[in-house]
Design a binder for this molecule. Structure first.
Ligand code: AMP
Length: 248
């Protein structure tokens, strides 16, 4: 079984996001970038499938700038076999990403595309669903458990108030939720090995996909500053204050 894992280079989840002074977006200059955390979970799942003999090849793909090679090397260090960078300095929206991924899926014929449920920068939660629609493949989103057997994936999904288990025939698109697994840290020898694994770089323009944005960002603003807390002496005082504020 061949597995394709799209991975996006995003702002590192642990850094404090700063909004640009002109409110046109967030500051990306000189800030740490990493693999989207849900994509790390997808790579981990694909590599586990390879380790238990379910998958024969794991291919990581990213659409992004030259520096997204670092993200792909990280996927290779976790255990992916080879990588493809579709290079562009534009910041393509989910539909354009899905169209490019559909072209790669048509070339590579994977049995499974496993990817993050959402990118933590745009929070779109759309690319996997769009890819499945474009390919006319079944989709199982928000996976917290994935089992492959007899040409199908049985996927447990986290839904409001419980878990839902669905079975999809392969080829299919699966998107990962937080509790699917704990991604590994790449060891130093594996980081060294990853430098020698194949990484194919192609220009996004060669795909023929229109990358022009369909949305325009009106503005990006900081969340309201948190009000300072207050220490009260007793439960009675707390109740009185909450009543005075109309909270209770
Ligand atoms: P989104 O729909 O933007 O929230 O992203 C959902 C998932 O699509 C991500 O977790 C990635 O697996 C994949 N994805 C989105 N953008 C890219 C990109 N530029 N390159 C590779 N994968 C991407």
């Amino acid at each position: 079984m061949k597995v394709l894992v799209p991975v996006k280079r995003v702002l590192d989840a642990n850094i404090k996001v700063r909004v640009k002074a002109d409110e046109s977006g967030v500051e990306l200059a000189n800030v740490k970038m990493s693999m989207n955390p849900f994509d790390e979970i997808a790579v981990e799942q694909a590599v586990r499938m390879q380790e238990d003999g379910t998958a024969s090849e794991v291919v990581a793909v990213s659409i992004g700038p030259e520096k997204a090679q670092e993200t792909l090397r990280a996927a290779l260090a976790m255990g992916a076999d080879r990588a493809i960078l579709i290079k562009t300095d534009a910041d393509p929206e989910p539909l354009a990403v899905a169209k490019i991924l559909a072209k790669i899926a048509a070339d590579e014929s994977p049995d499974l595309v496993i990817m993050g449920k959402q990118a933590i920068d745009d929070d779109s939660n759309a690319t996997g669903q769009m890819l499945a629609a474009l390919m006319d493949w079944p989709q199982a989103t928000f996976a917290s458990k994935v089992e492959i057997a007899d040409g199908a994936a049985t996927v447990t999904r986290e839904i409001d108030g419980g878990l839902q288990t669905v079975k999809v025939q392969l080829p299919a698109v699966v998107t990962t939720d937080l509790r699917l697994n704990e991604p590994r840290f790449a060891s130093l020898p594996n980081i060294m090995k990853a430098k020698k694994k194949p990484l194919d770089v192609r220009e996004a323009a060669e795909t023929g996909v229109d990358l022009a944005p369909r949305l325009s960002v009106v503005k990006v603003t900081e969340p309201p500053a948190r009000q300072k807390g207050e220490i009260v002496e007793s439960a009675e005082e707390l109740v009185a204050k909450l009543k005075a504020k109309g909270v209770i």
